[in-house]
Design a protein around this ligand. Structure first.
Ligand SMILES: C[S@@+](CC[C@H](N)C(=O)[O-])C[C@H]1O[C@@H](n2cnc3c(N)ncnc32)[C@H](O)[C@@H]1O
Length: 379
């Protein structure tokens, strides 16, 4: 049956909504048809019910731009339809998850990104180190490149009655890429562009730097030669002029034996150490478009969603940086453990196409409700 006829049949069976019907083996086998037919204008998420590994195998290679997911944590919860996470040993859980990360690697485009949120588990009093065990195996055995290990500071954790260890309030989010040549839109996630201001008649940078302290440090320095002092003063005045014209919102000056340098002292590993040794100073400039977020994310856990139906929903804010920075506007986001569809909801809000997979039909139904499912108008 050709794609057009097949999709007409699905639409007929589902009163126009094909996504709820892609459940039978035959339907799953036809994901390619449906997938390739999705138009760029239609950002309504596509949901598939079933085992992630099976469904991933039917998604074409190098077709996904960004994968963001939170698999079940090992040994913690039993979801509606079982699935991954119920293995007797962490090693078996990691083996199963690695089969999935291998498929994710295949379906990701060469410039694609994979954001993996995973928490740890205690067994016999010992933290299992599961997130890092997974990350290291992904790098060693599958060749993933790890760009960031983000700490999600949840500010509050699960109930914990133990009195012999600290309370746990963080989880890991790893950012993996397939190649060095990956898509990354830093401008989309820079925060609070800063501006210069006038204070007591003087132009000061966004963080209050007006150059007086640096000028004095240069003049009084016993580590700079006369020539170095002259050069440093000249360069500083030029930088201050740029601040005045708002060409630079902020800067820092590092002067030999004055400021604590933020790099390795070894000239072999650091260009800045070399500059400091040869010139006696260097500048650090802040971007006009604001700073990039750090790798510690302060995001409260989700408790607005209906926890009786799905109790591991992650917050929408967790998906914003990954999608904005690593999924181009015409790209496709994938969540192979989509649960209540948070990733897809955010992708939809940010006008990206997305695919969600979950083993539980009930969760897929919740996901569909959340994104106020529109009918797909493929033809
Ligand atoms: C941590 S939850 C994801 C929650 C999701 N991020 C959200 O915000 O709702 C993990 C999900 O993985 C699903 N799951 C477990 N094993 C699976 C498998 N083998 N294939 C597909 N989904 C699976 C569970 O049903 C559960 O909904």
């Amino acid at each position: 049956m050709i794609a057009k006829e097949y999709i007409s049949e699905l639409k007929h069976r589902g009163n126009g909504d094909i996504t709820s019907l892609v459940n039978t083996q035959k339907d799953v086998g036809n994901i390619n048809f449906i997938f390739e037919s999705l138009s760029i204008e239609n950002t309504t998420p596509c949901f598939y019910t079933g085992d992630s590994l099976n469904i991933l195998k039917r998604i074409p290679s190098e077709s996904i731009d960004c994968c963001m997911t939170s698999p079940p944590y090992w040994g913690q919860r039993c979801y509606e339809n079982g699935g991954i996470g119920l293995e007797s040993k962490p090693e078996h859980f990691i083996d199963n998850l690695l089969k999935i990360t291998k498929e994710i690697q295949r379906v990701l485009k060469n410039a694609g990104s994979f954001w993996l949120n995973i928490g740890d588990t205690y067994k016999n009093k010992s933290l299992q180190g599961i997130p890092w065990r997974i990350a290291i195996r992904m790098m060693d055995e599958q060749g993933w490149i790890l760009r960031n290990d983000v700490i999600w500071n949840k500010h509050k954790g699960a109930m914990d009655s133990s009195s012999d260890k600290l309370r746990n309030i963080h989880e890991m989010i790893f950012h993996f890429v397939k190649s060095n040549d990956y898509y990354y839109n830093d401008e989309a996630i820079r925060m609070n562009p800063q501006t210069t201001t006038v204070r007591n008649g003087a132009i000061v940078s966004s963080s209050g730097v007006c150059g007086v302290r640096y000028k004095r440090q240069i003049e009084l320095s016993t580590s700079l030669s006369k020539e170095e002092k002259a050069m440093a003063m000249q360069d500083l005045l030029q930088v201050l002029q740029k601040v005045e014209k708002s060409e630079i919102p902020d800067f820092r000056m590092i002067i030999r034996n004055q400021q604590r340098a933020t790099h390795s002292d070894s000239e072999r590993v650091s260009g800045r150490a070399k500059e400091l040794k040869e010139k006696g100073y260097y500048f650090l400039f802040y971007s006009k478009n604001g700073a990039l977020p750090t790798d510690i994310w302060e995001i409260l856990p989700e408790d607005t969603q209906n926890r009786e139906k799905h109790y591991a929903v992650y917050p929408e804010d967790l998906c914003k940086i990954p999608i904005l920075s690593t999924c181009p506007p015409d790209g496709i986001v994938l969540d192979p453990f989509c649960g209540s569809g948070t990733t897809n909801k955010v992708a939809y809000d940010l006008q990206r196409r997305s695919i969600g997979i979950d083993i539980s039909q009930e969760y897929i139904n919740i996901a569909k409700q959340r994104v106020s499912q529109l009918h797909l108008n493929l033809f």
